[in-house]
Design a protein around this ligand. Structure first.
Ligand code: ADP
Ligand code: ADP
Length: 231
C-alpha cells in the first residue's frame, strides 16, 4: 500500500482560481517521488494541502491507508510530515542547532539540555550526510547549507516524509549535488521524499517516480525510464 495518497483533490481559491482540479498522488515509502509542472500547475497548492496550510474543497488524503485531514501544519508535523519551503524561516543570527531546536524546546519545568541538543543535531547531520556544523551561525552559511538546516529541523521533529518545494531553484550546481547526497541518504534510511520541480531534467536522476501536473491535474507518471500516460 502507499504511504501517502491524495485522491481526487479539488481546491478553488477565494478569488475563483481552480488550483487543484481532481489531483491524484500516490507516494510509496522509502522513495523519492517528484512532482513536476510549470508555474501555476497546482503543485504548491497540493503541497500546502498535504502540510495542513490549505484545506481541500473535496477529495481525500490517506496516510498508511487511513483517512487524514490536517487542520494546520502542527498536525501534519505531528503525523511525521516535514516541509522545506523555497523561502527559509531561519533566524540568521542564531546557530544551526538553535534554529533546529527552536519551537521544540521542552515545556516549562524541564531544563533545556544544550549539550544534548548540539549532540543530537550533529548526529542527525552526520547520519543523513547533511554536512552542517551545529555551532555555526546560520547567516554565515551558503544557501545550500541553510536549506539543509531546514531539512535538519524537519528530521529533529521526526519527519518520515519530507516535502522539498523546488529545492534546486536557489542552488548552485555543486549545492544540488550535495542536496542529492542527502536525499539519497534519507531514502536509503527509510525516509520518503516528495520533490517539487519545474522541469523533468532537474529530477530525472534523483527520482524513483515522477508525477507530472498541468492545469491543476495530474497528467502523467514517469517511472525510471518508462513513461505511462494516465487517460
Ligand atoms: P505551482 O506551485 O505549480 O506554481 P500553485 O499551486 O502555486 O501552482 O498555483 C495554482 C494556481 O492557483 C495558479 O493559478 C495560482 O495563481 C493560483 N493560486 C495559488 N495560490 C493562491 C492563493 N493563495 N490565492 C489565489 N490564487 C492562488
Ligand atoms: P491557520 O491555522 O490560521 O489557518 P496556518 O498555520 O494554517 O494558519 O497557516 C497560516 C499561514 O502561515 C499560511 O498561509 C502559510 O502560508 C503560513 N505557514 C503556515 N505554516 C508555515 C510554516 N511551517 N512555514 C512557513 N509558513 C507557514
Amino acid at each position: 500500500a502507499a504511504l501517502l495518497e491524495a485522491i481526487a483533490i479539488r481546491k478553488t481559491y477565494p478569488g475563483g482560481t481552480l488550483a487543484n482540479d481532481g489531483v491524484d498522488l500516490s507516494v510509496q515509502s522509502g522513495k523519492v517521488h517528484a512532482v513536476v509542472g510549470e508555474n501555476g500547475a497546482g503543485k504548491s497548492t497540493l503541497m500546502k494541502i498535504l502540510f495542513g496550510i490549505e484545506k481541500p474543497d473535496a477529495g481525500e488524503l490517506r496516510l498508511e491507508g487511513n483517512a487524514i485531514a490536517f487542520a494546520n501544519p502542527r498536525e501534519a508535523i505531528d503525523a511525521g510530515i516535514g516541509m522545506v519551503f523555497q523561502h527559509f524561516s531561519l533566524v540568521p543570527s542564531f546557530t544551526v542547532y538553535e534554529n533546529v531546536v527552536l519551537g521544540s524546546e521542552p515545556k516549562s519545568g524541564i531544563r533545556f539540555d544544550r549539550e544534548k541538543a548540539i549532540a543530537e543535531v550533529r548526529a542527525l547531520s552526520e547520519r543523513f550526510r547533511l554536512n552542517v556544523d551545529p555551532l555555526t551561525p546560520v547567516e554565515q552559511l551558503p544557501v545550500g547549507q541553510q536549506q539543509r538546516v531546514e531539512i535538519l529541523k524537519a528530521l529533529y521533529r521526526n519527519a518520515r516524509i519530507l516535502i522539498l518545494d523546488e529545492p534546486t531553484a536557489v542552488l548552485a550546481p555543486q549545492e544540488v549535488a550535495e542536496l542529492f547526497v542527502a536525499v539519497r541518504s534519507l531514502v536509503e534510511q527509510g525516509r520518503t521524499v516528495i520533490f517539487i520541480a519545474h522541469k523533468l531534467p532537474e529530477v530525472l536522476e534523483i527520482s524513483d517516480r515522477i508525477t507530472v501536473m498541468r492545469g491543476g491535474r495530474t497528467v502523467g507518471e514517469v517511472e525510471t525510464k518508462s513513461v505511462t500516460e494516465q487517460s
